[in-house]
Design a protein around this ligand. Structure first.
Ligand SMILES: [Zn+2]
Length: 409
C-alpha cells in the first residue's frame, strides 16, 4: 500500500482572467474551467526508489478555454517542472493492440504519400518505434528528433538516424518529404511559435506533407475523462482548434481524422500558397465547443465523485484494487481523485516499468504475473481499448477479479 495520500487538491471552478494570452492566437479572452492543484509534473518518469517517487515535482492544472479560437490549455503550465529524458517511459509498444494500430497507420501513410525512397522527419519520435516501422515497411529514410530517444535501444543496422534533442530551427536543414509529429504537440507550450518553426523548416521542400496526431479533446470533454488531463499535456485539441492553429501558422488543412477508437485526432496539411480560408466539415463550430465547456465543471465533478465512491466502497469492503496501466492515466486517477492511499496495486505490461514507483503516490509497479499471488478483487482498466487484452491475461493466470473500465459505455 502507498504510504502517503495524494497531494492533489481539487479546487472550486471559477471564471477568471487567465494569467497569460492564448498561445495559439494571442487572445486574452480566456475562461478557466477546470483546476486541480499539486499534480505530478512528470507522470511518465520512472522512479527507482519510493523516496524519489515521493519527491516528484508537482504543478497545478488551471485549464483555460480561449473563446476566440477554441484552444484549450493549462494556463499554469511551467515547462521547467517537467523532465523529458531517457528515463521518460511513454512507449506503448508492449501492447499488441497498439502495435497493430501502429503498423496499420504506417502502411496507410506509406501508400498515401508514396514514401518509398523518401525522407521522413519525425518530431518527438519517442523511442523511435514508428520511424523504424516506416523504414522497415516502406524503405523510408528516417530522421527522428526527441530528447527521450534511447540510442542504446536502437538496432545499429536501422536506416534511421536519431537526434537526442528537442526539435529546433537547427534541424531545419533536413528537407523532409513528410513531417510526422505524433503525440507531441500537446506537450509544447508556445504552440503557434512551434508551428511557425515547422513551417520555416519546409523552406527547402515546399511540397512536403505534414501528419500530426494528438489526443482528441472532444472525447475528453464529453466523457469527462479526468484521467486524460495531466500536467505534461499543456494543450488539448479539438478538430476545430487544431485546424485553426494550422491555418494561422500558414498551412492548408487537407484532412482531419480520428484513430484508435476516436482517442486520437489526426491532421494532414501542407504549406498554403496564400492564407487558407477553407474550413473542413469535421471542424466543430466554436459555439458548440463553448457549450461543452460551460457544462464541463458540473459533469466532471460528478464523474470524479463516482470513481471516488467506487474506491471508497471497495476499501470499506476490504477489497483489493489494482490499476492496470501505470502511465499518465493511472497517475491522474490516483492524484486527481486523491485516492493514492486507497489503491494497493498498480501493474503494467511494459517490463521497463516494473519495480519502479508511481510519482507522488509511490506504489511499486508490479509485473502482471505478480497478480497471481497478490490476487486483486477489482481491476480498473485505465484505457478501455485494452479491456479484452487484459481480461485474456487475467484469465490465463486463473484470476477472475471484477473488471471495471473508465468510461465504459
Ligand atoms: Zn486563442
Amino acid at each position: 500500500m502507498a504510504e502517503v495520500s495524494s497531494q492533489a487538491r481539487p479546487r472550486s471552478v471559477r471564471d477568471a482572467e487567465a494569467p497569460c494570452a492564448c498561445p495559439a492566437c494571442g487572445s486574452s479572452h480566456i475562461r478557466l474551467f477546470y483546476e486541480v492543484e499539486g499534480v505530478p509534473a512528470s507522470s511518465c518518469l520512472l522512479f527507482d526508489t519510493r523516496e524519489a517517487a515521493l519527491a516528484c515535482p508537482t504543478g497545478d492544472l488551471r485549464i483555460g478555454f480561449c473563446s476566440d479560437c477554441g484552444f484549450i490549455y493549462n494556463t499554469a503550465f511551467d515547462a521547467r517542472r517537467t523532465e523529458y529524458s531517457g528515463r521518460y517511459e511513454e512507449t506503448q509498444s508492449s501492447s499488441d493492440t497498439f502495435n497493430t494500430f501502429h503498423r496499420d497507420l504506417a502502411d496507410r501513410l506509406i501508400k498515401r504519400y508514396e514514401l518509398a525512397g523518401k525522407k521522413v522527419l519525425e518530431i518527438g519520435c519517442g523511442k523511435g518505434e514508428f520511424l523504424l516501422l516506416l523504414s522497415e515497411m516502406g524503405d523510408v529514410e528516417g530522421v527522428g528528433v526527441d530528447p527521450g530517444v534511447r540510442l542504446d535501444r536502437i538496432d545499429p543496422s536501422a536506416k534511421v538516424r536519431f537526434v537526442a534533442d528537442f526539435y529546433s530551427p537547427s534541424h531545419n536543414s533536413e528537407a523532409p518529404d513528410l513531417v510526422v509529429c505524433k503525440m507531441t504537440l500537446e506537450h509544447i507550450p508556445r504552440v503557434l511559435e512551434f508551428m511557425t518553426t515547422v513551417r520555416q523548416s519546409l523552406a527547402r521542400n515546399r511540397s512536403a506533407q505534414l501528419f500530426f496526431m494528438v489526443p482528441e479533446a472532444l472525447r475528453i470533454l464529453d466523457d469527462c475523462a479526468f484521467e486524460d488531463i495531466y500536467y505534461e499535456h499543456c494543450n488539448y485539441f479539438t478538430s476545430g482548434s487544431l485546424a485553426r492553429l494550422f491555418r494561422r501558422a500558414g498551412f492548408e488543412v487537407q484532412r482531419l481524422g480520428r484513430e484508435y477508437a476516436n482517442q486520437y485526432l489526426t491532421i494532414e496539411a501542407r504549406l498554403a500558397p496564400a492564407l487558407s480560408p477553407v474550413v473542413l466539415p469535421e471542424e466543430e463550430p466554436l459555439a458548440e465547443l463553448a457549450s461543452r465547456i460551460s457544462t464541463f465543471p458540473a459533469r466532471i465533478d460528478a464523474m470524479r465523485a463516482h470513481w471516488r465512491s467506487v474506491v471508497d466502497h471497495a476499501r470499506s469492503g476490504r477489497k483489493r484494487i489494482a490499476l492496470w496501466g501505470s502511465g499518465s492515466k493511472a497517475v491522474a486517477f490516483l492524484t486527481t481523485l486523491g485516492v493514492g492511499d486507497a489503491v494497493d496495486l498498480v501493474t503494467d505490461i511494459n517490463p521497463v516499468r516494473h519495480n519502479h514507483y508511481m510519482p507522488v503516490t509511490a506504489q511499486r509497479i508490479v509485473a502482471p504475473a505478480e497478480l497471481r499471488s497478490l490476487k486483486p478483487d477489482i481491476v480498473i482498466v485505465m484505457n478501455r481499448i485494452y479491456r479484452e487484452e487484459i481480461a485474456t491475461a487475467l484469465s490465463a493466470m486463473n484470476l477472475s477479479p471484477q473488471i471495471l473500465c473508465l468510461h465504459a459505455s
